[in-house]
Ligand binder design. Structure first.
Ligand SMILES: Cc1cc2nc3c(=O)[nH]c(=O)nc-3n(C[C@H](O)[C@H](O)[C@H](O)COP(=O)(O)O)c2cc1C
Length: 244
């Protein structure tokens, strides 16, 4: 095995180039457009994102979680509050995430703050989960910690599966719930025959229009918007035409 094994592994980037005029003023509206494109393209699990948190000793960790809703206030995902990520977020609410939509030659990344959802929203979402997922939430109270073997996990699952009748409502464990990533700073890169190389676009929020920053040969340069920075901001990086 050597490095040359991968030297010929490359995709032609032939997507439409990303330019300022294509962007919605509010990053969440733009996210909705891109998410819809990713979803309708047929790529697997478009709502899967790699989520990075920073642990108590400043060490970052990344894992996949599923996006389970978004609106103008942000993005939400659900987890076990006692998991490693749950505990990391109690100490340090900052996260970074990437949606790796490679089949459509796009990635969307963000940096933001994750805040715990309230009981009402958690209960409402928990009720929509299939019974098996609800039982799993009970069986994985110790998510992130070591279990002796798979049989032990299965034993736990059966124990909780037997605890409620088939028609009985399973309550949400208090250690299970969601986070909303809000006050985020967004960026996106797209493979394509791009005239604008390694520039960036920022947007300070609704009504303020995206602003081109950095070195960009193919996009207009505009002054930074004045005034208060709104919660959601753009920072769109243009991928160089090729990485090889
Ligand atoms: C496709 C996929 C989706 C996942 N979605 C979630 C999720 O929505 N929430 C979650 O807590 N873990 C999810 N996981 C498991 C996490 O990646 C991770 O292994 C687990 O949450 C423990 O992470 P932690 O120890 O860093 O807290 C998913 C894993 C995969 C492979």
């Amino acid at each position: 095995m050597n490095h040359r094994d991968l030297a010929d592994l490359r995709e032609p980037y032939d997507g439409t180039p990303l330019c300022r005029d294509d962007l919605s003023a509010h990053p969440m509206e733009q996210f909705h457009i891109w998410f819809t494109q990713a979803r309708t393209s047929g790529l697997a699990e478009p709502n899967a994102m790699a989520l990075a948190t920073v642990g108590p000793r400043g060490i970052p960790r990344t894992r996949t979680v599923l996006l389970k809703g978004y609106n103008r206030s942000g993005l939400r995902f659900f987890t076990n509050y006692r998991s490693r990520k749950g505990e990391a977020l109690l100490e340090n609410p900052y996260v970074s995430a990437v949606f790796p939509w490679h089949p459509v030659q796009r990635q969307v990344t963000l940096v933001g703050r994750a805040e715990r959802l309230g009981d009402e929203e958690n209960d409402a979402y928990f009720r929509t989960r299939p019974r098996g997922s609800q039982v799993s939430a009970w069986a994985s109270e110790r998510q992130s910690s070591r279990v002796p073997n798979r049989a032990e996990l299965e034993r736990l699952y059966r124990r909780f599966d037997d605890a409620w009748g088939a028609d009985e409502e399973i309550p949400r464990p208090d250690y299970w719930g969601g986070f909303r990533i809000s006050r985020s700073r967004w960026s996106s890169g797209r493979g394509g025959p791009i005239g604008c190389t390694t520039g960036s676009v920022t947007c300070s929020g609704p009504g303020k229009g995206p602003t081109v920053r950095g070195t960009s040969s193919g996009c207009r340069r505009e002054p930074r918007p004045r005034g208060r920075i709104r919660p959601h901001r753009w920072e769109v990086g243009f991928a160089p035409p090729r990485y090889d």
